[in-house]
Ligand binder design. Structure first.
Ligand code: SF4
Length: 462
């Protein structure tokens, strides 16, 4: 399909993928029983194809690898029911069920809990875990590896470890990178929900291994977006954390890119676009966040914005406006689309969880909330952003990664916005009212464990 630049921009200005009915996949009804994942891949791939001015891109290479018989991207149907039932046993929660059935409010003794309306496991995470479990059942005697944590949740990763799935060491390989030495002939390699780089995929493609790809389709959508940039000769500006696994995979599909982690870095880039600047300073500032041989003097005249799926939505929007304004200011309004292309790639699950905690916080005075408890892996980007919202609203908030963070001595260990892990005094005397949310990779069982500890602590204190 060939499209003119203007037509391609129109296609991408329409949130084709956002409109998909990505219904929440409850494992109560089977982890992959909603939209057929093969259909989703096909639709997203279609949405991602623009003008094919470059005959072969990294996306084409990826598709060629995915077409092989040793590559599994849709799970294993014959063990699906069995897996769905073990996921219910391991990850569901009666307390969360009670909360949902009582309008998201629960009172136990001196504690009142208000649960955000959207929280916890997203469709992509449930799908990824289900596919990993299915792989274990489908290949009972094979050695299984994961190229990284499957998702950013300690309980889920511990469970996979107990099932005999080995995590490829992050260090110790050639050049100090991952150590693939333990992956042998005939083994099975699982790619996590946030994907794997094209280099890793090519490595496994060259070996005698089978690959089970659990990459979330929303992540593939970002890859399709940067692929379009590449075909159009645009430099990708990626709003994301350059060291995050998803972004590492995303940049591997780009020829020319800069990663900006926040609005401040985007402002620096925008200013460079409009006014120019010190190239050496630019390259030093983004030394780990640009493509090889990046030249800001020549490579910022045509740009496209994409983002890590789990970034803070408000910030991504502000960055989009900022870059658009910079390009207008530099190149004038004659044909802005020649110079700038934007497509929101934040996933629905991330948006919904951010919106839900926003909603809860707007009612903080009416509900008399003392604090917000955010539950999710400390490395989980989407969970970190859920903490930003109450903190920015001036509310006391704690990000814990599991129930054990709440100690019997009334101390809580939590991660602050700056990444520091601290332990401090937790509850005061008397009644307590809190808001609760959890990240997209957090099972309901972790919410239950955390609340049970809090209820028990308050009972003991009373
Ligand atoms: S948070 Fe979004 S991108 Fe990440 S796994 Fe879930 S649905 Fe996919």
């Amino acid at each position: 399909m060939k499209l003119s630049l203007a037509a391609a921009v129109l296609v991408f200005a329409t949130p084709v993928v956002n409109s998909f009915a990505f219904q929440h996949h409850s494992f109560h009804t089977g982890a992959l029983s909603g939209p057929k994942s093969s259909a989703i891949f096909a639709e997203i791939d279609e949405a991602g194809v623009g003008d094919t001015t470059k005959s072969k891109t990294k996306k084409d290479q990826r598709r060629a690898m995915m077409a092989k018989e040793s590559y599994f991207k849709n799970g294993f149907k014959q063990v699906r029911d069995e897996v769905a039932s073990s996921m219910v046993t391991e990850y569901s929660s009666d307390t969360v069920k009670d909360l949902k059935e009582s309008e998201y409010v629960l009172e136990r003794g001196d504690v009142t809990v208000h649960l955000a309306k959207d929280f916890g496991f997203c469709w992509g995470v449930e799908r990824s875990i289900a596919m990993a479990y299915e792989a274990r059942s489908h290949f009972p005697t094979k050695k299984l590896h994961i190229t990284n944590e499957l998702i950013h949740n300690p309980e889920v990763n511990d469970k996979l470890g107990e099932m005999g799935v080995e995590f490829i060491p992050k260090e110790g390989g050639e050049g100090g990178g991952k150590d693939f030495g333990g992956v042998g002939d005939g083994d099975v390699v699982i790619l996590p929900a946030f994907g794997a780089s094209i280099e890793e995929m090519a490595y496994f493609d060259s070996k005698n291994v089978q690959v089970v790809d659990t990459t979330c389709p929303w992540v593939s959508k970002v890859w399709n977006t940067v692929d379009l940039h590449q075909r159009k000769g645009l430099t990708s500006i990626i709003h994301g954390k350059h060291a995050h696994e998803e972004t590492i995979a995303t940049v591997s599909f780009c020829e020319e890119y800069v990663c900006v982690k926040d609005f401040e870095e985007a402002e620096y880039v925008a200013d460079f676009i409009v006014n120019g600047g010190d190239k050496a300073e630019f390259l030093a500032k983004f030394s780990k966040a640009t493509s090889k041989n990046f030249d800001p003097d020549t490579m910022l005249s045509k740009i496209g914005l994409a983002n890590q799926t789990t970034m803070y939505k408000e910030e991504t929007r502000a960055i989009g406006k900022l870059l658009q304004k910079a390009m207008l200011s530099k190149y004038g309004p004659i044909n802005p689309k020649e110079h700038y292309m934007e497509f929101d790639t934040i996933c629905d699950a991330t948006q919904e969880r951010q919106d839900a905690i926003h909603d809860l916080i707007t009612k903080k005075d009416d509900l008399q909330l003392d604090f917000i408890l955010v539950i999710g892996g400390w490395d989980s980007s989407n969970t970190q952003h859920l903490l930003e919202i109450p903190v920015n609203a001036g509310l006391r908030a704690f990000h814990i990664n599991r129930g054990e963070c709440i100690g019997a001595d009334n101390r809580i260990t939590h991660r602050k916005l700056n990444g520091e892990i601290v332990t401090e005094e937790f509850l005061g005397e008397g009644k307590v009212k809190l808001g609760v949310t959890s990240g997209a990779s957090t099972p309901d069982r972790a919410v239950q464990d955390s609340l049970d500890r809090l209820f028990m602590l308050k009972k003991v204190m009373a």
